[in-house]
Ligand binder design. Structure first.
Ligand code: SAM
Length: 411
């Protein structure tokens, strides 16, 4: 593990590329949708970095601005709503200032300083100016966990019209610090677990209270107690912690997904990208996005370009069609009345995680679980519009652009 992060911006590593792809691919439909509804947006990159890596690759601020460009290019309204882009950065804010493209300067502000000092005043000011109309997106990509704050994340969901989070959660760093603070020996060899972690986690936590503030409660202590008596190892502790962390976020965000970023199959994740939203459409978009990034991670990086016989999840689980069918039916069986397709899909991903991309569940050209269920009469489907412009019965399996689809289990 490096002693510091001075080399971080020299060359953009593959996992940083996957992380930024996850952000960039999501932000295009996010900006497009909110702009089309005529609503103002506040985007905050809370640990923004330099804007550009020294090898010329874009960092997260430029990635988000490129996504915004794509959305502006397809905007058809007469008066574009306000989009404010704020970039908080402690160390490299001067580089970042210089790296903001000139066409974006008027909507961008670089805040040189600490996230923990600046975020609340920034949000409070935005809140009073926008009168609850504002849609807020926070991208949270720190080196460690020390500055994460569960209460802050809770308050956003209540204060703004909509709030979404994409958080780089260094859950292993949390487990290590939790053991240290509770004076429990970390059994595994630290250098093996953390050796490839290029991002040095500078978190040194001093108290139980600090850990409670990060986690949003004391649920993590029971996990550390089970680890202490040897019933689980640190990988299981990390997995359990991330599950509970997501459950905790669901108090204020209905849909919470995560993508573990691991470079070798079966290895511990370097970190997890956690996405939280209250909107089913956002959850479905992110789930499909995670599934596509996972294919890249698993095929290009973990397996050296080798396709596996069965698609794998980011947790390296094999997911067959039978398993998908069984789980889709389990949700249908308990749903009863008609439900919107995207709500149904979001419930699926929220409950089971990102087991597959959308094509296997609904929109696949060569068939999908829901298409099979429609053909066999297991479900009723109502589409709007019911007929195409050519007068044929609609057969789409994707919502959006005026198309909506309701489904239920046939009684
Ligand atoms: C993982 S890097 C962010 C990389 C960036 N998201 C990108 O993709 O280009 C973390 C950044 O947070 C900055 N930083 C560290 N402590 C900070 C703090 N307390 N407040 C704000 N920024 C901080 C570091 O200087 C570093 O640039």
């Amino acid at each position: 593990m490096p002693k510091d992060n001075s080399d971080f911006f020299k060359q953009k590593k593959i996992w940083s590329k996957v992380k930024d792809e996850l952000l960039g691919c999501y932000m295009v439909p996010y900006f497009t949708k909110i702009l089309s509804m005529g609503r103002p947006i506040l985007y905050v990159d809370c640990f923004a970095g330099k804007g550009k890596f020294e090898d010329g690759e874009p960092g997260s601020p430029l990635t988000a601005l490129q996504s915004l460009d794509s959305s502006i290019a397809v905007y058809r309204g007469s008066r574009m709503p306000a989009v404010n882009m704020k970039f908080i950065e402690l160390n490299h804010y001067q580089y970042l200032e210089g790296n903001i493209p000139s066409q974006h300067r008027r909507r961008c502000e670089v805040i040189g300083g600490k996230f923990e000092d600046n975020i609340k005043p920034l949000l409070q000011k935005a809140m009073s100016a926008a009168n609850h109309q504002l849609n807020v997106f926070l991208y949270v990509d720190p080196y460690g966990v020390k500055v994460l704050n569960a209460t802050l994340f809770d308050s956003l969901a209540v204060a703004f019209s909509t709030a979404e989070l994409l958080i780089n959660l260094n859950s292993f760093g949390f487990i290590r610090e939790a053991c240290r603070v509770k004076k429990i020996k970390f059994r595994e060899r630290e250098y093996e677990i953390f050796s490839d972690l290029e991002e040095y986690d500078s978190s040194v936590l001093d108290s139980i209270q600090e850990l409670n503030d990060i986690a949003g409660g004391d649920y993590w202590q029971a996990i550390i107690d089970v680890y202490r008596v040897g019933e689980i190892d640190c990988r299981e502790a990390e997995k359990e912690f991330s599950l509970k962390y997501k459950q905790r976020l669901r108090r204020n965000y209905t849909y919470v997904l995560d993508m573990p970023i691991r470079l070798k199959a079966g290895q511990h994740p370097k970190y997890r990208m956690v996405h939280a939203t209250n909107h089913p459409d956002g959850c479905v978009l992110m789930a499909d996005n995670i599934a596509k990034r996972t294919d890249r991670l698993v095929i290009e990086i973990q397996s050296g370009g080798q396709l596996s016989l069965m698609p794998q999840t980011a947790e390296n689980e094999m997911v067959g069609d039978e398993m998908l069918m069984e789980r889709v039916k389990a949700i249908l069986d308990r749903t009863g009345s008609y439900v919107r397709l995207n709500k149904f899909l979001a419930d699926f991903y929220n409950e089971y995680g990102v087991l597959c991309d959308l094509s296997r569940l609904s929109s696949g050209r060569s068939g999908s679980v829901l298409k099979t269920l429609e053909k066999s009469g297991y479900i009723d489907v109502q589409r709007t519009p019911a007929v195409t412009e050519k007068g044929k019965l609609s057969a789409f399996w994707q919502e959006g652009k005026g198309n909506t689809l309701m489904l239920r289990k046939r009684s």
